[in-house]
Design a protein around this ligand. Structure first.
Ligand code: PSU
Length: 305
C-alpha cells in the first residue's frame, strides 16, 4: 500500500531538487488562534519561510490523505473550519482512515514531515508536562515524538502554563537535545527567559544543522528541540504574564478541563485576559521561528548537496 501523502506542486518540486523545505503544523491554525487572525498568521508564516529562502509545507489531514503543503484555498478552508480533529500520534491513522479533517499537532506534524522527507519544522509552542502531572499524568505526546522521530523542531520554548522543569526532565530522559538559541536561558514562549538554563546553547543555524546530521550519521533516533526566544519588542515579561497564567490555570481546574482541551482552553483565556496581546506575541514568535527554521533547512540542504 502506498503512503497516503499528497504533495503540493511547489513542495514536491523543492524536495525533488534538494531545496530547503520547512514543515509547519495546523493545530496552531485550528485550535491555537481565532479566525481570521489564524489565517493571516498562517499566510504570514508561509511568506516568512519563503523570504528566508525555503519552501513552506503546512501539513494537515484532508480527503483521506496527509497533505504536505496546502494550496491557498485549502489553507483558508482549514482556518475557517471549527470541526477539525486535533490529531496527535494516537489519532493520525484513525483520522486518515475515516476521511476526516485533521489538524496536526507537533507530534503528528513531525511524523508526517519525516514520512515526506522534511527535516525541519517550525512552530510556536510545543506541548509539555502539565502542572500537576504527578496526579494527572498529562504529558504531551510531543515530548515522546521528539525522542523518536528525526526532525529538528524550532519553537519558542515552553509556556509557563506547563511545568517547565519537568518538561526539560522528560526531554532529557528521551534523549532529546534541547538548545536555547543565542542565549543560555531556556525561553518561556511569551517571555525570553523561563529563569532556567537550557541544557545546550546554539548560536548559529549551521551548528544546529551539523548536530542534526550527526545524529543521523550515528543512527540515533529522535529529533532536536531548538528554543528560540521571542523578539524583544514582542515579549510579555514574566512578571506580567505569570499572574495571568495562574488565573487561567485556576479556572481550568475549577471547570474540570482535562486532556486535549487543556492547552486550547488556557490559550483562549490568556488571550482574553491579556486583551489580545498574547496572540500578537504568539504571531511574532512564530514568524521568528519560521526564519530560523528556514536557515537551518538551508544549512542542511547545502551540506547534503
Ligand atoms: N502551544 C501553543 N499553541 C498551540 C499548541 C501548543 O502555543 O497551538 C498546540 C500544538 O499543536 C501542540 C499541541 O503540539 O498544542 C499540544 O497539545 P497537547 O498538550 O494536548 O499535546
Amino acid at each position: 500500500m502506498t503512503l497516503p501523502l499528497t504533495f503540493s506542486a511547489d513542495v514536491r518540486a523543492a524536495l525533488d531538487a534538494g531545496h530547503p523545505v520547512v514543515a509547519l503544523e495546523s493545530t496552531i491554525i485550528t485550535h491555537g488562534m481565532p479566525y481570521p487572525r489564524n489565517l493571516e498568521a498562517a499566510q504570514a508564516v508561509e511568506a516568512e519561510v519563503r523570504a528566508a529562502g525555503a519552501v513552506p509545507a503546512t501539513i494537515a489531514v484532508m480527503n483521506g490523505s496527509i497533505q504536505i503543503g496546502l494550496e491557498a484555498d485549502t489553507l483558508e478552508e482549514l482556518a475557517r473550519t471549527s470541526g477539525a480533529m486535533k490529531v496527535s500520534r494516537a489519532d493520525l491513522a484513525v483520522c486518515i482512515a475515516r476521511g476526516a479533517v485533521g489538524a496536526t499537532t507537533v507530534a503528528a506534524t513531525m511524523i508526517c514531515a519525516d514520512l515526506a522527507g522534511i527535516s525541519v519544522f517550525a512552530t510556536g509552542g510545543i506541548g509539555g508536562v502539565h502542572r500537576g502531572a504527578e496526579e494527572s499524568f498529562d504529558i504531551s505526546a510531543d515530548l515522546l515524538e521528539l525522542g523518536a522521530t528525526p526532525v529538528s523542531v524550532v519553537c519558542a520554548g515552553a509556556k509557563a502554563i506547563l511545568d517547565i522543569p519537568k518538561t526539560l526532565e522528560v526531554l532529557e530522559t528521551h534523549g532529546v537535545p534541547v538548545f536555547a538559541y543565542g542565549q543560555d536561558d531556556f525561553p518561556a514562549f511569551w517571555s525570553r527567559s523561563s529563569g532556567l538554563g537550557a541544557p545546550l546553547r546554539a548560536d548559529t543555524a549551521a551548528e544546529i544543522a551539523a548536530a542534526h546530521m550527526m545524529r543521523a550519521t550515528l543512527g540515533l533516533p529522535g529529533g532536536q528541540l531548538i528554543a528560540n526566544p521571542i523578539p524583544q519588542d514582542a515579549e510579555i515579561p514574566r512578571a506580567e504574564i505569570v499572574p495571568v497564567i495562574e488565573q487561567a490555570l485556576a479556572e481550568a481546574s475549577a471547570q474540570g478541563i482535562a486532556a486535549k482541551e487543556v492547552t486550547p482552553f488556557l490559550l483562549q483565556r490568556i488571550f482574553e485576559l491579556t486583551e489580545g496581546r498574547s496572540l500578537e506575541a504568539n504571531i511574532a514568535l512564530v514568524l521568528n521561528n519560521a526564519r530560523l527554521g528556514a536557515q537551518i533547512a538551508g544549512e542542511i540542504a547545502t551540506a547534503r548537496a
